[in-house]
Design a protein around this ligand. Structure first.
Ligand code: NZQ
Ligand code: ZN
Length: 385
């Protein structure tokens, strides 16, 4: 097992009715800015529950944060929050609202010229305003991690950042808030969380059986509960299990002491930036191609994954590898997530665009072995056509 340090300070308030408990988590006398998306929280009663819980605090709000949150919009929130002297933020929504709020709190305290440099130049975040979250879409794990992905539409760039200062102080996970999710977002959430586990598990063995089995437990839970969630999004127990599995998939627990990949996410973000394809769907395109391209160097873990998750036990090694990749594709497709670029009418010209952007950005050494170079990215994307 590799050396590691593990730090996760996020307090989780899990279960029905927990929104009412947030007032105890926010400093008395705080001026709270509630951030949210396009309005789903006003239709499903979550907004009303939050406002009820915030009685007694001074409250401002900022709505309209888009899916794949726009830097341009978030900068408006920063200006408004500074003007109103906001000192606590409450993100209410899915990963985009929570990520957007992480950027807002980091940008509030940023002393350089343009907070975009937090992503573009990897400028360190040294301070940030405190914030909490009320999660309404199990998927990203943003509610219990310190990362965020921000989209600058004017230049079609989608870049990430993370800092020990951008963990939420607390997150409410009330499965009832997910009951209004459209099927497409549930499928996306299952596929995103499943991919998060694969990025941290499908690498190479370092004799870390506990991390492997934690990862496999999350994969099996998503495999079982995911299809049920799509079928019956108002079943409390199903949504509770899905919600906690998605949080556990990316809160740092399964990452400790093991190599991680993340090349699929890095490449896939380009497809959202260039074509607006949902994050999870871009993973469905890139992951199978990457696994096929890297099946030799990922062989041991792929075979273990095939056997323990998909019951692939017979055939030659090559046959088992292929059957495992096919089972993964079938899982994505069963969630109605298409797995080829052509399914989204994206062609080879996009691959050329991504390659030239990566050349400009100086991208190199992706993957758990730092052996995926720009030429390999091209081969992977060609396999996904
Ligand atoms: O905007 P509203 O009206 O709220 O509607 C949203 C949005 O249209 C809707 N929705 C959310 N909760 C709902 C609901 N509709 C009905 N009922 C509810 N309870 O769902 C739509 C999508 O929301 P969004 O927040 O964009 O989805 P998701 O949670 O999948 O987040 C995706 C973003 O997270 C980033 C992605 O790149 C993408 O930008 N990621 C963040 C990560 C992190 N911070 O660790 C890791 C991930 O890999 C990912 O990259
Ligand atoms: Zn993801």
């Amino acid at each position: 097992m590799n050396n590691f340090t593990f730090y996760n300070p996020v307090k989780i308030l899990f279960g029905k009715g927990q929104i009412s408990a947030i007032s105890k988590e926010i400093p008395a006398g705080a001026h709270v800015m509630v951030t949210y998306g396009g309005g789903s929280i006003k239709q499903n009663g979550v907004y009303d529950q939050v406002m009820e819980a915030l009685k007694g605090f001074q409250v401002s709000e900022f709505g309209g944060i888009e899916p794949n949150p726009h830097y341009e919009t978030l900068m408006k929130a920063v200006a408004l929050a500074k003007e109103k002297k906001v000192d606590f933020f409450l993100a209410v929504g899915g990963g985009s609202v929570i990520d957007g709020t992480k950027f807002i709190v980091a940008a509030m305290a940023y002393e350089g010229e343009d907070p975009w440099d937090i992503m573009a130049k990897r400028e360190p975040v040294t301070r940030a305003a405190p914030f909490g979250a009320v999660l309404t879409l199990p998927a990203t794990g943003s509610e219990m991690n310190s990362g965020a992905v921000i989209n600058r539409v004017s230049i079609k760039e989608k870049l990430s950042f993370g800092s020990p200062h951008t963990f939420p102080k607390f997150s409410v996970l009330d499965p009832e808030t997910t009951f209004t999710l459209p099927v497409r977002q549930i499928s996306n959430g299952v596929a995103d969380a499943f991919s998060h586990v694969l990025e941290q598990y499908l690498t190479y063995p370092v004799n870390a059986p506990l991390q492997d089995r934690f990862a496999e437990a999350i994969l099996l839970t998503l495999k079982e509960e995911g299809p049920k969630a799509v079928q019956n999004p108002q079943d409390y127990d199903t949504m509770a299990n899905f919600m906690w599995a998605a949080t556990m998939a990316l809160n740092g627990v399964i990452r400790v002491g093991v190599p991680t990949d993340w090349a699929t996410h890095y490449i896939a973000h380009e497809l959202t930036a260039l074509h607006g394809i949902d994050h999870a769907r871009t993973l469905g395109i890139v992951f199978p191609a990457l696994l096929r391209y890297k099946s030799e160097t990922k062989k041991e873990k792929l075979l273990q994954y095939g056997e323990r998750i998909w019951n692939v036990t017979s055939g030659t090694e090559d046959e088992r590898l292929e059957a495992t990749i096919q089972a993964t594709i079938a899982f994505f497709e069963s969630l109605d997530i298409k797995t080829r670029l052509s399914d989204y009418e994206v062609g080879e010209d996009t691959i050329h665009t991504i390659i030239s952007r990566f050349e400009q950005r100086g991208v190199k050494d992706l993957g758990e072995r730092a052996d995926i170079q720009i030429q390999d990215v091209k081969e992977i994307l060609l396999l996904s056509l």
